[in-house]
Design a protein around this ligand. Structure first.
Ligand code: ADP
Ligand code: MG
Length: 559
């Protein structure tokens, strides 16, 4: 007879609980049927939280809100005992059982069975009654069968939920991928990736770090969801940090709780921001790792294989988009440079022509002006006017000379040149001017310099421009140091002054023609220096300067 009851109940339960695939609903249905079949007063289903290992009530009937909040450790109470031992437990009188933890005052008897799935205990199903001795051995047998059946249904609903969830995430990932790949703006990509990663992974914070040019440090480039403090995080050494390890091994890393992890570098920040579980994946394009994407949860969490897979896919997509954007930037910069050089050479040609046209009339004017031999008496204001006219004609002449020099400085005539000699000869020329301006001169010329193959005249012109600029920068006097030394595969020649220095903006446009800060300047000096050193002699010019501190112009010439 009892067996028939079992079949009836199980068949009905089966029909009902298979009607939904939503986990919460499935649990409610199972419990409802169990309580009805057992003729119980109340009941609950508790599941083991895989993260906290606590028993949490997932479905309940006949329990008040407070009782529903109860979280038992495995081993505590009747449900805890069942969870620990994996055996059913039937208690005819709870007042006589030391294991019982009261959740409802009027409960007298209880029956609890384990929910076991593929040999693993996932939770406990229990029913209670206000009557003593309410459950029989037959009830126990039936509830065990019901529990086994329920465990399978619960599992299926979980699987279904996971599949649906992943499908959703894959769809979202696809959309994210399209938007990321279609952008060519680096900052924009970085922001999007971190925001999308947070959304896709349901994380609190996402950070994106990229390797520096030397590939020995990881720099924080973007962050979503963190406090401003987090953004000032210093760069991490690749060789000795948790996230560096992700790059070195090219493998994801997860940390259950960064606040308690020795290798994690910013424990204080993590505590302050409430960051708990970390998942960090490398960003790989082809054979190269360029950085890492990390997400942090706000509560303890174990990342699934699927989580890792999704974040890794996003990170690799981001890596492609970032590399593309960087390449694009390079192309734009190269184009810009090309246009600039083109502009300079057309300008040079044009200037040379104009200069020629001006030079002849100007020479005539100067000659005629001097032959006028204007002499005004003591306080005649026209005396000053005549002086100004003469000065202005000299200035014009200077511009014309330099323009022609600029246009001529294209093709160097190479010959062996001893650089120290060039410097010493120039100093003979300029020593007096420097003295008059109260500029102390220091030379540090290395004795072991190899000879250069260079155009001596052009080098003199370049050096002269640099010495004159240094002198102009020190109207109140100062010190000019000229040094030569061997450097890598060439020679380093430096002019260091203690003058007024330059701002960043000035330095950025230093070599453009016609930019000058001086009343009598032409702004052509450094354009000519650039032509001679960089274009004609394949050298480099480095400028180190700070306003009020002075300037050091460093010329690197290949041997
Ligand atoms: P110019 O000397 O005719 O002004 P340059 O091309 O030689 O033209 O220099 C351009 C500008 O760069 C100068 O006007 C000045 O502002 C700045 N500059 C060049 N050299 C120095 C220096 N040693 N210290 C400070 N400023 C400098
Ligand atoms: Mg100059």
């Amino acid at each position: 007879m009892p067996k028939l009851r079992h079949y009836e109940v199980l068949a009905r339960v089966s029909g009902v609980i298979n009607s939904s695939l939503e986990p919460k609903r499935v649990l409610d249905l199972v419990l409802h049927e169990a309580v009805a079949a057992m003729n119980a007063t109340s009941g609950s289903i508790v599941l083991i939280d895989p993260h906290t290992q606590l028993l949490e009530i997932e479905a309940a009937t006949g329990l008040n809100k407070e009782a529903r909040q109860l979280k038992l450790a495995i081993g505590r109470g009747v449900t805890g005992w069942v969870a620990k031992n994996g055996q059913p437990l039937r208690i005819p009188d709870v007042t006589a059982d030391f294991r019982y933890v009261s959740v409802r005052k009027d409960v007298r008897s209880e029956l609890a069975v384990p929910l076991i799935l593929e040999g693993q205990l996932i939770g406990v199903l229990n029913v209670d009654s206000t009557r003593k001795n309410a459950f029989s051995a037959d009830d126990e047998e039936l509830l065990v069968a019901l529990g086994n059946h329920a465990a399978k249904v619960i599992h299926n609903s979980w699987l279904h939920e996971a599949v649906a969830h992943n499908l959703q995430r894959l769809e979202a990932l696809f959309q994210v991928a399209q938007s990321i790949i279609s952008s060519l703006n680096l900052e924009d990509i970085l922001q999007r990736v971190t925001a999308d990663a947070c959304r896709l992974m349901g994380s609190k914070v996402c950070s994106l770090m990229l390797l520096n040019a030397e590939r020995d440090r990881l720099e924080l480039r973007a962050c979503h969801g963190a406090s401003p403090d987090y953004l000032t995080k210093p760069a991490l050494p690749v060789s000795d940090s948790l996230i560096g390890g992700v790059l070195r091994r090219r493998k994801p890393v997860q940390v259950y709780n960064v606040q308690e992890h020795d290798a994690y570098r910013h424990i204080e920040l993590a505590r302050q921001d409430g960051l708990v579980s970390l998942l960090s994946v490398p960003m790989v394009v082809g054979e190269t790792t360029i950085g890492a994407v990390s997400v942090y949860s706000g509560a303890p969490y174990r990342y699934s294989t699927q989580d890792i897979h999704i974040l890794a896919t996003l990170a690799n997509l981001a890596a492609i988009a970032i590399t593309n954007a960087q390449l694009h930037e390079k192309v734009v910069r190269a184009e810009e440079q090309l246009r600039q050089t083109e502009r300079l050479s057309t300008l040079g040609l044009l200037a040379a022509e104009v200069a020629h046209e001006i030079r002849n009339p100007l020479t005539v004017m100067k000659m005629l002006f001097h032959s006028l031999d204007l002499k005004f008496t003591g306080n005649d204001p026209r005396a000053r006017d005549a002086e100004v006219v003469a000065e202005k004609m000299d200035h014009l002449n200077k511009i014309v000379d330099q323009l022609l020099g600029y246009a001529r400085s294209n093709e160097p005539r190479l010959e062996p040149v001893a650089l120290n000699r060039v410097v010493e000869d120039l100093l003979l020329l300029t020593r007096r001017k420097l003295q008059q301006q109260h500029i102390e001169l220091r030379t540090e010329l290395a004795a072991d310099l190899p000879e250069l193959r260079a155009d001596r005249g052009q080098l003199e012109q370049a050096c002269l421009n640099l010495i004159l600029n240094a002198a102009d920068a020190m109207p109140e006097g100062g010190m000019l140091t000229i040094a030569t030394k061997r450097h890598a595969a060439g020679i380093l020649l430096t002019f260091t002054d203690t003058g007024m220095g330059m701002t960043e903006e000035q330095q950025a446009r230093l070599f453009e023609p016609f930019l000058t800060t001086k009343v009598r300047g032409t702004g052509l000096g450094l354009a000519i220096v650039h032509r001679i050193i960089v274009d004609a002699h394949r050298g480099h010019i480095h400028v180190i300067s700070a306003p009020g501190k002075g300037t050091s112009m460093q010329i690197e010439l290949p041997v």
